[in-house]
Design a protein around this ligand. Structure first.
Ligand code: MIG
Length: 685
């Protein structure tokens, strides 16, 4: 059951696609006040869990902290923070009351989930304008699925986007890109794509190519595609102010940039120096910006990533002036300690300053609206611009698209990556914990920078992180400039990475199948254990294992120098230790706690009893894969089957009955599937 309430005068966000009648009476388990903004409170029972909030810090269970929806270019993803790049205002209370809450407003929202008082949840929208949705259902999982239906079908990525992607801020020339590809090829490590960061642009201008460093960009795109490797360029939100630059000049001429209160065009400093922000909330401007992607489509580019769209602002004139003035005042002064700390913080305070978000305006449906009120929609609408522009010129095919900032609703147009994490062991776990929360909010094509964006990565960190990244739809190794190189071939014995990545490719048919089924059926690919084992109190508390698809559980190692980890099995399962695509061992484990040894060179996967995992042989890239021959892994004591979803991987033809291959294994262990050669390695119990 979904109840919708209209409070104040909210902006239409386009998060929800389902029609819901407006209710008047609030459920009695919430206390709601609209006197001073909007405030909603409820008591949390001792055993209640709170799920959701998508991309955020801390646990799968979100209790015990205060979170804020205010999209931010946040470079430190640590537990003292309250917000990252996206605003995913959906949560589920699983306990005495099992209820979902979606706060649909593009402005600031504060979720106090047991921060002020351990046993209280309160949600505040200070400007008091929102659509409130309350979802009732029998279980958290059911509510999550209801929410997925309400907000519409998730973006479907092309299959090649499930291949391994290598990226780095700093690939500064055609030669350097070729060398990276060569490093992979010479070491026989699979590779499907290279992320092109801002280095390919001319002076950080969107929709330009630096012709000194990339004189034949088009040629490079074609040459690599012949080897099965795609280039994926980045697009930034801000547009450089430069005479003669077409995007700038057109935007000015047509009035498509965000404005100051007095109608002049708003300026802020980002990568290219002074820039303007395309007013993607304005229909015409959005269409204009989106159509710019055509330039790359014409070069046969098939994927993009949208960055800096919170939007990130390094400085505005006003903030810089403030800094100069203060510095002037402090110059030659005998500073007291407060003044010194103030001085120290002046420049950092310019970045992503909230005062700047109050300075500029959009024109939405003919109405002038302050950015602050719609802040959390910017990344969504920039990415929607891209998606709709691409759709216009490449309608029949699927294009890879993922964004840094997002709001619920954007999941229909693209995926996300989780931004600038660090080369920290704790960030493997953070990566894991975000996955089910992101899925609840509709984001299925997701992944983190493997090995960490900032900081120097070590071989063991990258290997363990890859052993988690193997399961995420977006599997990309990306790094900040000036960090230690971490392409797989940069470390000793690159064969170790070859074997790990072969495991990924062996799993792609299953991962793609479960991903596409989640897309088509409004389901979740990753779930907390508690969603599947509701009445198992142990399972409800597990924060470092996930259910994946309908058949698997994953439990990666995330501690340095560990030779394994404790794993909780809510039922009997088969543990497969993959060492490569065709090299693995299986072990039957009973329900309960186990210490599972996992070598650095192994990837553990747990398969539920009477389920099986179909795997195939790896290849150098997804285009080269042959799924005609599959090996089945698991354990069974009765007849079992699996519906494998396979389509052509690149057209918009998805979800036909003909895309399903039913794989049957009868009681005697005879396996059959139309058009497949099967090798049965399922343990007979
Ligand atoms: O201010 O384009 O999150 O992935 O490498 C940094 C440079 C801008 C932030 C992105 C990161 C990317 C970087 N960008």
């Amino acid at each position: 059951m979904v109840y919708k309430y209209l409070i104040g005068n909210p902006v239409e966000t386009q998060a929800v696609v389902m029609d819901c009648p407006v209710s008047q009476e609030y459920p009695d388990y919430f206390s709601i006040s609209t006197e001073d903004g909007f405030l909603m409170e409820t008591v949390l029972g001792e055993q209640d869990l709170v799920y959701g909030l998508g991309e955020n810090v801390r646990g799968i269970n979100k209790r015990g902290w205060i979170y804020e929806s205010s999209c931010c270019d946040e470079k430190d993803h640590d537990e003292t923070k309250s917000a990252l790049y996206s605003a995913h205002n959906f949560l589920i209370i699983d306990g005495v009351q099992t209820v979902g809450i979606f706060i649909d407003t593009p402005g600031d929202v504060v979720f106090d989930i047991g921060y002020t008082r351990l046993d209280r949840l309160s949600i505040r929208v200070s400007d008091g304008n929102l659509r409130l949705y309350v979802l009732e259902g029998d279980s958290a999982y059911e509510i999550a699925r209801e929410f997925r239906r309400m907000t519409g079908q998730s973006y479907a990525a092309p299959r090649w986007a499930f291949g391994y992607q290598q990226s780095r801020w700093g690939y500064g020339s055609e030669e350097e890109v070729r060398q990276v590809v060569k490093g992979y090829q010479e070491n026989h490590i699979p590779l499907d794509a290279i992320g092109m960061d801002i280095d390919y642009m001319e002076r950080y201008k969107d929709f330009t190519v630096d012709r000194t460093a990339f004189p034949d960009f088009e040629g490079l795109v074609k040459e690599l595609k012949e080897e099965g490797i795609r280039l994926v360029p980045i697009i930034d939100a801000a547009v450089k102010i430069e005479e003669g630059y077409d995007v700038y000049e057109e935007g000015i001429e047509k009035g498509y940039f965000c404005k100051n209160e007095d109608g002049s065009v708003f300026e802020a400093g980002v990568w290219p120096g002074w820039t303007h922000f395309p007013d993607v909330l304005n229909d015409e401007a959005r269409q204009w910006f989106g159509e710019k992607y055509k330039m790359f489509l014409d070069m046969e580019i098939e994927g993009f990533w949208n960055d800096m769209n919170e939007p990130a602002i390094f400085y505005s004139r006003e903030e810089l002036d403030r800094v100069w003035e203060k510095i002037e005042g402090y110059k030659n002064k005998n500073l007291n300690v407060d003044e010194f700390f103030d001085l120290e913080g002046l420049f950092p305070a310019c970045l992503n300053n909230r005062r700047d978000y109050e300075r500029f305006y959009h024109e939405m449906d003919g109405v002038k609206i302050c950015h602050k009120q719609v802040h959390n929609l910017y990344g969504y609408y920039m990415t929607r611009a891209a998606s709709q522009g691409i759709e216009k010129f490449r309608a029949d095919k699927r294009t890879l698209l993922f964004s840094r900032s997002s709001y619920i609703g954007m999941h229909r147009y693209a995926g996300i990556w989780t931004g600038d994490n660090k080369a920290w062991w704790s960030h493997i776990l953070l990566n894991l914990k975000m996955l089910p929360s992101l899925n609840m909010c509709g984001f299925l094509y997701v992944g983190a920078d493997l090995g960490g964006f900032a900081g120097d990565c070590t071989k063991d960190l990258l290997m363990r992180w890859i052993a988690l990244g193997i399961f995420t739809p977006l599997m990309r190794n990306h790094a900040r400039r000036n960090t230690r190189r971490k392409e797989c071939y940069q470390f000793e014995n690159p064969g170790d990475f070859r074997n790990l990545l072969k495991v990924r490719y062996a799993l792609i048919p299953y991962l793609y199948s479960e991903y596409m089924k989640a897309v088509l059926e409004d389901d979740l690919m990753f779930r907390p254990l508690a969603f599947d084992y509701r009445s198992d109190d142990r399972a409800r508390k597990v924060e470092d294992q996930l259910m994946l698809g309908k058949d698997l559980m994953i439990a990666p190692v995330y501690e340095q120098n560990a030779d394994g980890r404790y794993v909780y099995l809510p039922e009997d399962m088969v543990l497969v230790r993959f060492r490569s695509d065709e090299d693995y061992s299986t072990e039957y484990l009973e329900k309960g706690h186990h210490y599972v040894e996992v070598k650095l060179t192994e990837v553990p996967v747990f398969i539920k009893k009477n389920h099986f995992l179909p795997v195939c042989s790896a290849a150098s890239c997804t285009d080269q894969m042959d799924t005609g021959k599959m090996t089945l892994l698991g354990a069974m004591d009765r007849e079992i089957s699996y519906r494998l979803y396979e389509d052509d991987g690149y057209t918009q033809e998805i979800g036909n009955e003909s895309h399903i291959t039913e794989i049957w294994v009868d009681k005697e262990g005879r396996a059959r599937a139309a058009g497949k050669e099967l090798v049965n390695r399922i343990l007979q119990m």
